[in-house]
Ligand binder design. Structure first.
Ligand code: SAM
Length: 236
């Protein structure tokens, strides 16, 4: 159960209506039952349910069951162009399951700024972390324009750009070379990067073009592919 409050042995936690409803109506728990609670910072605690009403409730943290994730190797960052039809939220959900440490919507010429619903994406990140028993909640950044992003990029961090054409190296080769380091992946919009964007990316020394095989994948599939390979090659 995700709760946005400090956790330590003996800590009392007040539950808001949403969390109380989730315990009562979804998990079908009540006073005296126990639940595993985390807040993205302090690890995981076994907590006993005290009062549980329709609009509020209380928990008492008992003991720590898992320490916070140490973050080694550093989890990858995923930068992705927003997608239509709820697929950005789907990308967030799957990226959290596959170990992404930070997610950034990136605005490109062929993408659509109006597709970004940060509140929904952040809620999806919390739900996905609960579901896959992650103890941290990846940050979802505000969206940023591709050219602004590149202008302020830390050049010590390789940016692996999924590109179906041009001088791309196989993804496995690039991920193996970057294993153990902080790394970021960029996936383009449904319509792909435009020529000006590709030219700008290719000029930058920290950009590594990576190919995901001979077929043109949908953008959400490409995001899952890069993270799955990272997990298999470099994840813990
Ligand atoms: N017609 C578009 C084009 O030619 O650029 C297709 C874009 S594809 C649907 C969406 C994104 O997924 C691309 O911008 C790229 O980042 C990634 N992608 C899809 N298939 C890929 C592949 N085989 N190798 C590398 N990246 C791929």
């Amino acid at each position: 159960l995700y709760i946005d409050q400090p956790l330590s042995a003996g800590a009392a936690v007040a539950l808001d209506a949403g969390r109380a409803h989730y315990l009562r109506a979804v998990l079908r728990l009540g006073p005296g039952d126990a639940v595993l609670a985390f807040n993205g910072r302090d690890g995981e605690y076994l907590a006993g349910i005290g009062a549980l009403g329709k609009s509020a409730g209380t928990l008492r943290a008992d003991r720590q069951t898992r320490a916070p994730d140490t973050g080694a190797p550093p989890p990858p960052r995923l930068l992705f162009a927003p997608l239509k039809g709820g697929r950005s939220e789907y990308v967030v959900e799957k990226a959290v399951e596959l170990g992404a440490g930070r997610l950034t919507p990136v605005f490109t010429r062929r993408g659509d700024v109006s597709r970004v619903n940060l509140d929904r994406m952040r809620a999806n990140a919390v739900e996905a972390a609960e579901q896959c028993e992650r103890l941290d909640i990846p940050d979802i950044d505000d969206g940023i324009d591709l050219h602004r992003l590149l202008a302020c990029w830390d050049p010590s961090i390789p940016l692996l750009v999924a590109a179906e054409s041009g001088a791309a190296q196989p993804l496995v080769t690039a991920v193996t070379a970057a294993a153990g380091q902080a790394v970021a992946f960029l996936v383009g919009p449904e319509g792909g990067f435009d020529q000006q964007e590709l030219d700008a990316l290719r000029r930058l020394p920290f950009v590594v073009g990576v190919g995901l095989g001979p077929r043109v994948l949908r953008a959400d599939t490409a995001a899952f592919a890069v993270l799955s390979v990272w997990q298999a090659v470099a994840g813990d």
